[in-house]
Design a protein around this ligand. Structure first.
Ligand SMILES: Cc1ncc(C[n+]2csc(CCOP(=O)(O)OP(=O)(O)O)c2C)c(N)n1
Ligand SMILES: [Mg+2]
Length: 892
């Protein structure tokens, strides 16, 4: 080839480039990669000093990161592993095709697993270590849509029956079925992590890896080399959560974390970056964040071609195509590849001249080549000091041929015609004849076949089967009566908020001999807001590197103490990250066999509303622990206004089935709920977790009025009876949280000014009451011949006379949803509408939930009942200074 005749755009001769490359090669050969890297670094510095403006790029060429010469030997039987993988491919496809034949549109995904099969199989055969008594095991987040492949493997492993496979996506069939995606709630012995709401699992995996270090640094588990693997889609990386915490992983040097991004360049509708290169984009993002990035782009068939390309033209060409073009190549013939890819330069054409069109078409991508994938995984597990991301190029719908390989429709492909099935069968060598194969039967070779024996032997060597979810923690034993007792006694007139009471409880729990070590306080930069700064000093803020500086407030009592064995997870301003820590800590009873008890306290408005989907995932995962919505209540949080004042979260907690949501008013209520919660979750092992709103309004905490524990837990109890039970005018007032005090004030006003005797109830949980009412109704409906049961609300109010008025700091729908089980109509006051920047008194006037409005509502109910004259109400409105022309808070 006549190099001298060719020139590059800036007029340099190729031969000059060639000389530079050759001298680098010779350095590489004689002195190794470190010296070569040093020279390049010096060159770069020299260039900068001499005014050469090198553009910043975090990218490396569009080539495999691990060169062939550094590839380790593949330790397995490649042919046998290919056969096993083919069987899994077949069964994964069969379960989706069969399910959709039986029930049209039942759904399922073939093409995601088809693209990821090699990525998983190399992991299963060589890397993923199971959990056992001796070793904590690796933690694997499987890409949700790849679940058919994971089930199909478990079928070959003999862990899932053919009947279950048959009932994929039909979980309610006799004998049970398989859930569409990984859901620990539905398959608690199998799946560990819900991953299908895309973007959540990468973030959860990062915090899981960090939590593993936290447990080690606090001496709660041995230091191991266990890894956290997260498999994600390239399209999934567009979710902000996916990459949102990657700098935490590098900052914390999480070399126990490995991301594998299945870069099939496609998402659901089409290409992830038709006009760009998702792999290069991800590489620069991860490298920029300090991760070790391993690109696995090209399979072994490319190696000899690359070797022939001494001028680096092929790698350059590889970097020129946008993803849309690459996708086109996947669905095209070898002749097309020759013309459109290699045809851009006669020298490239020459490189592949001896190769047939068919062999060009069959040039595999890196993510489909076990040797390349193995090399990447091995490098990843051996990486020290950084997390690793593997960017593996694959083809979506690999092996589906005309039925969808590389096509834009492939994500939704669920049915194959007879020809397509036969082709798939032949391509992967499934021993089924033409007739049998169109029935798409599941296929499992005999137990003593080499395939099954090999597969079992590999899993034995890796300690057992993955995924497996099991609970390895032992129940805690103490009753903690002593710990919580003091809070039953009230504050003796001292004004404290429920938040302060909670922090006091937390301080005591942290000192408890049994549970003290297990407590994991989690805050997203709000500890001072909640008066928790004293804990900084006493239990320390976790930092994997201790404290390298003298804190500015070192001379104060409550200085900012970071420590390697610190207990508080101070996450900074990330509710999502804090929630991921909550999930890691709250599921450690299963993942690690350790009963850590997370207390995650945050601004209540930034919880259910902002990170609701993480809460849903926590619920699915059977996470345990306490979420505390601090600064709660639309009118109790003064000053902050529209964004911060929360009147919603108790409604948003309703749909999460296993969340126990409470809005306690007093310290003793909080103590009763937390003590019982610890018992239910950590002694009885219930799959529930708690949402408690705590407020910052200080008031004297009363003593517990007798044994009302049951009522507190069930959702309501009578806190204070009317003084004059004989009065003709009667009312029942229901208050929650800080608004209970307004109800108590109203009780007084009603009694002294209007002769109305009112009982006051503390409603600690509308959600509990609602669930109880519904459950009772349902039971009665389904058991008509038995004695009807009575909802708890109805039982409470059976003999309670008078009109009914409820007030809370949340929207009115909460009391309204239980009113049908009340003996008479209910008047509901609540805080529907946008908050305002104002003080408490004005806010409660604005939202019409203060004692005056409760009084007016009560008198109005009495008027409706014909118990009082209208003039009484008119006068009350005037006397109480209620502005009847004020704006409606709901719409203003
Ligand atoms: C939060 C969220 N949004 C949307 C979806 C619906 N969805 C499921 S798979 C998919 C495309 C996935 O593409 P990619 O991440 O590239 O994975 P691939 O199947 O290509 O491996 C979409 C949009 C979802 N599951 N979760
Ligand atoms: Mg994709």
């Amino acid at each position: 080839m006549d190099n001298e005749l060719r020139t590059q755009p800036h007029g340099i001769h190729d031969v000059e480039i060639q000389e530079w490359l050759e001298s680098l090669d010779s350095v590489l050969e004689s002195s190794g990669p470190e010296v070569a890297a040093e020279i390049l670094e010096r060159l770069r510095a020299h260039a900068t000093v001499n005014g050469i403006d090198l553009p910043f790029s975090a990218n490396t060429p569009y080539a495999n990161t691990i060169p062939v010469r550094l590839e380790p030997l593949f330790p397995g039987d490649q042919e046998l592993e290919r056969r096993i993988k083919s069987l899994i491919r077949w069964n994964a496809l069969a379960m989706v095709v069969r399910a959709n034949r039986v029930e049209h549109n039942i759904g399922g995904h073939i093409s995601t697993y088809a693209s990821a099969a090699t990525l998983y199989e190399v992991g299963f055969n060589h890397f993923f270590r199971a959990r056992s008594e001796e070793f904590e095991g690796d933690t694997v987040y499987f890409q949700g849509h790849a679940s058919p492949g994971i089930y199909a493997r478990a079928y070959l492993e003999g862990r899932i029956s053919a009947q279950k496979l048959e009932n994929f996506r039909r979980e309610l069939k006799p004998g049970g079925g398989l859930s569409s995606y990984p859901h620990p709630w539905l398959m608690p012995d199998f799946w560990e992590f819900p991953t299908v709401s895309m973007g959540l699992s990468p973030l959860m995996a990062i915090y899981q890896a960090r939590f593993n270090r936290y447990l080690e640094d606090r001496g709660m588990k041995p230091v191991t080399d266990a890894k956290v693997w997260a498999f994600l889609g390239d399209g999934e990386t567009d979710e902000p959560e996916s990459l949102g915490a990657i700098t935490l992983a590098s900052r914390e040097k999480l070399d126990n974390l490995i991301f594998v991004v299945n870069c099939n360049l496609q998402r659901l509708d089409g290409p992830v970056r038709g006009n760009g290169q998702i792999i290069q984009e991800l590489e620069s993002a991860f490298r920029g964040a300090g991760w070790n990035v391993i690109k696995v782009l090209w399979g072994s068939e490319w190696d000899p071609i690359l070797e022939r390309d001494t001028e680096g033209l092929l790698v350059k060409r590889m970097g020129e195509l946008v993803d849309g073009e690459y996708q086109k190549l996947v669905v095209s013939s070898g002749a097309y590849v020759r013309e459109h890819f290699f045809g851009s330069d006669p020298r490239l054409l020459q490189l592949v001249e001896p190769m047939s069109d068919e062999s060009l078409r069959r040039l595999r991508l890196g993510g489909h080549d076990p040797r390349k994938v193995y090399a990447a995984y091995k490098a990843a597990v051996e990486q020290k000091g950084k997390p690793t991301v593997i960017l593996a190029r694959t083809i979506k719908g690999y092996g589906l041929g005309e039925a969808g390989e590389g096509k834009n429709v492939t994500h939704q492909q669920k049915k194959l015609n007879e020809d397509e099935l036969r082709e798939f069968r032949s391509r992967f060598g499934i021993p089924l004849n033409d007739e049998d194969c169109i029935e798409v039967p599941f296929y499992r070779p005999a137990e003593d076949s080499v395939e099954i024996q090999y597969l079992r032997a590999r899993r034995d060597a890796l300690g057992g089967y993955v995924p497996t979810r099991s609970i390895r923690s032992k129940p805690i034993v103490a009753d903690h009566d002593e710990l919580f007792k003091e809070f039953h006694e009230g504050s003796e007139g001292r004004e404290v908020s429920t938040t302060m009471a909670f922090v006091q409880m937390l301080r005591k729990m942290l000192k408890d001999p049994e549970i003290g070590k297990l407590i994991v306080p989690i805050v997203p930069d709000e500890a001072r807001t909640f008066g928790m700064e004293s804990l900084f000093r006493t239990v320390g803020i976790y930092s994997s590197i201790g404290q390298k500086y003298e804190p500015v407030d070192v001379n104060t009592l409550l200085y900012y103490k970071e420590a390697k064995d610190g207990q508080i997870l101070e996450e900074g301003i990330t509710e999502a990250g804090s929630m991921a820590s909550f999930i890691a800590a709250g599921s450690a009873y299963a993942t690690h066999g350790i009963n850590t008890i997370p207390f995650f306290i945050y601004y209540s408005m930034f919880g259910f509303q902002r990170i609701g989907d993480f809460i849903w995932a926590a619920a699915d995962m059977r996470t345990r622990g306490f979420m505390l919505g601090g600064t709660a209540g639309r009118t109790t949080l003064s000053g902050e206004g529209l964004q911060h004042q929360d009147g919603n979260s108790h409604v948003l907690a309703l749909p999460v089935p296993n969340v126990k949501a409470y809005d306690p008013a007093f310290a003793f209520e909080l103590a009763v709920i937390i003590q019982d919660g610890i018992r239910r979750m950590y002694e009885d092992g219930e799959s529930i977790f708690y949402y408690l709103t705590v407020m910052n309004e200080p008031y004297a905490m009363p003593a517990m009025p007798g044994d009302v524990k049951e009522g507190i837990l069930k959702g309501m109890y009578r806190f204070r009876r009317a003084a004059n039970g004989k009065s003709k005018l009667r009312a029942q007032l229901f208050g929650s949280g800080a608004i209970l005090n307004e109800a108590l004030r109203a009780q007084e006003i009603l009694e002294t000014k209007y002769g109305v005797a009112a009982d006051v109830w503390s409603v600690t949980s509308y959600k509990e009451l609602y669930n109880d009412g519904n459950e009772t109704e349902r039971w009665n409906r389904l058991h008509p011949s038995e004695k009807p049961r009575v909802p708890y609300v109805s039982r409470c109010l059976a003999d309670a006379p008078g009109v009914l008025v409820a007030a809370s700091d949340y929207v009115k729908t909460l009391p309204n949803m239980i009113s049908k089980w009340m003996p008479r109509r209910l008047a509901s006051l609540g805080t529907d509408g946008f908050g305002r920047s104002e003080g408490r008194t004005s806010l409660r006037d604005f939202f019409e939930v203060d004692s005056r409005f409760i009084t007016v509502a009560t008198l109005h109910e009495l008027l409706i009942e014909g118990k009082i004259e209208r003039s009484v109400l008119d006068k009350a409105i005037k006397d109480l200074g209620v502005n009847t022309d004020k704006p409606n808070p709901v719409i203003s």
